[in-house]
Design a protein around this ligand. Structure first.
Ligand SMILES: [Zn+2]
Ligand SMILES: [Zn+2]
Length: 238
């Protein structure tokens, strides 16, 4: 059985827990250790359930708990590089994204399940597109994808122009329309669940995101926005 839960997402912290037949993996560890422990508690899990941590990039909202985790669970493996890994029957393949710090997405496959994790990126890189479209042997595909901002809200919002330019750029963050566009292209009957990720609390709105993404993938696919303040429910795949 596979269990999946985004423990929280946004510019103040990101972490996603996935458990594959009892083997726990964390994608990013961007909350304080105390906060991360609390959020694991919400789903009746513990940091001790994590065997491996894969880090997308060096921004604090993705790495904040690392030092404390190393202290409290020194046997936990931490990976932050572009080398594919095979752990038991789980394959994890990093791919380069387009961000202002070198950032990797991850393609995680196990049996006929696949999770494509696309955190901070200004656009869909060629490698990310390859990962999204490679569905050989896959029956259940889950996509976690950045939907950082609504173009109109960011354009008209109160951020100063330099910061807006940074977010807009190809090495910044991805907006709802761009994520929806790629999801529409990727859509097929193996796609089960989309978790829009890294929503800005200032320049986005979950209703807008869900509207755009549902329009792109249709009603047969579950769309559940991640939230900065609380974990999503736990999703199960057999
Ligand atoms: Zn981030
Ligand atoms: Zn970042």
């Amino acid at each position: 059985m596979i269990k999946l839960c985004n423990l929280g997402s946004g510019s103040s912290g990101n972490a996603t827990y996935i458990e594959l037949d009892g083997y726990g993996i964390l994608l990013d560890a961007g909350f304080s250790f105390k906060e991360l422990k609390k959020r694991f508690g919400f789903i009746d899990k513990n940091i001790k359930d994590v065997q491996d941590i894969f880090i997308s990039h060096n921004h604090i909202d993705h790495i904040q708990a690392l030092k404390q985790i190393q202290k409290h669970k020194p046997t936990c493996n931490i990976y932050q590089n572009n080398f594919p890994k095979e752990i038991r029957d789980i394959q994890i393949t990093p791919f380069l994204l387009s961000h202002d710090s070198p950032c990797y997405g991850f393609d995680l496959t196990y049996k006929d399940f696949k999770l494509t994790y696309i955190p901070d990126t200004g656009c869909i890189s060629e490698d990310a597109a390859k990962a999204l479209f490679n569905l050989k042997g896959i029956e259940n595909h889950v996509i976690i994808i950045e939907c950082n901002y609504d173009l109109k809200m960011l354009t008209e919002g109160r951020y100063e122009s330099g910061l807006k330019e940074r977010i807009f750029s190809n090495e910044g963050h991805m907006d709802n329309i761009e994520s929806a566009r790629i999801l529409k292209e990727v859509w097929n009957d193996k796609l089960r669940l989309v978790l829009p990720f890294h929503l800005s609390t200032e320049n986005n709105n979950p209703d807008l995101v869900e509207y755009e993404i549902r329009k792109a993938v249709g009603h047969g696919v579950d769309v559940v926005c991640t939230n900065q303040g609380i974990p999503t429910k736990v999703f199960y795949f057999i």
